[in-house]
Design a protein around this ligand. Sequence first.
Ligand SMILES: C[S@@+](CC[C@H](N)C(=O)[O-])C[C@H]1O[C@@H](n2cnc3c(N)ncnc32)[C@H](O)[C@@H]1O
Length: 350
Amino acid sequence: MGSDGDGFRPIQALGELVPYQWSAGLVMRGMAELGFADHLARGPLGAAELAALIGAHAPSLHRFLRVCVLHELVTAGPDGTFALTRRGSLLRTEVPSLAGFTVAVNGPGMTRPWERVADVVRTGRPASELVLGRSHWDWYADHPAEARAYAETSAALSAEAATALVRTIDLGGARRVVDVGGSPGTVLAEVLRAAPWAAGVLFDLPWAIPYAAAALAAPLEEGRAELVAGDFREAVPAGGDVHLLKNILCDLPDEDAGQVLRACAAASAPAGRLVVVDWEDSACPSHVHANDVEFMVLTGGRARTGDEYEALLGRAGWVTVRRTRLAGFEQAPVVVLEGRRVIDSTEGPS
Ligand SMILES: C[S@@+](CC[C@H](N)C(=O)[O-])C[C@H]1O[C@@H](n2cnc3c(N)ncnc32)[C@H](O)[C@@H]1O
């Protein structure tokens, strides 16, 4: 390969490989951080006017706006003004989940490990330790601004799923629900709203605990909720009759996932239930395949098929009694599994 003679056209090939695509997420992050979508939402503006409004260097902003055109975030008019596209309008601050999401998922803690994606593929090991010198979650402990963006994003993105979840599972008999890795608290808050007779424990790493307090303010005040810090691979709070794992197993390799599931089994009442909500892998092209590689790069986790989740549960002392989808989101690649403990004959009734 390498010459015009055999049909290879380097300049054309560069166009086909769209090498600027790598920076698409970072362009979106820059646009969200600069906050100019709000101004353009009121009408098209020239770079100089926009620069004055956001306090930017006008010639640099002009150049940046042109790459935003390339990513279809804005359009350039014949009069030199720039207008917001539908995609760009998702970065307005009135759509906080998406502006914050764009900042959070394109922050260094998420993007830098991707620099070593080829090594991850070669070795089968995640790159966070290698690139950041610590695990993905420890990075947040040391970078509060990024941690806050991540927590706010999770809160916004989990809200819809939380409402769907309480319509999917029967909370009738729940007395004490332990949300394992439950920060920022959106899901537990919704569970406690739907089951006002129940109490809840939110368990997460120390860095994540403060971000859960806002969502759980009312039940904390009423004494119906507790925030507990710890590492779920070692132990989880005992005394729960429902242990909830939402988007936890996808971030863990099989061995760690097994540890968490066994910790839940050890902490659960004999008649206790496990509820797993997670990304479901499939053969069809799906955005889950992008999430899956992200888990591979950042944490060593993976998306799994429903059968694979069931097998994981089975090896850790749980039998799956129900496998379903989130009510109202049946087409989404998300699986909900309910497990019951495999009762040891030496255990008494709960
Ligand atoms: C993908 S988030 C899911 C959050 C929440 N369950 C939801 O769906 O909105 C994973 C959570 O697991 C927590 N986590 C990761 N490793 C943990 C560990 N070893 N022990 C306790 N929590 C952990 C993280 O701090 C984070 O809050």
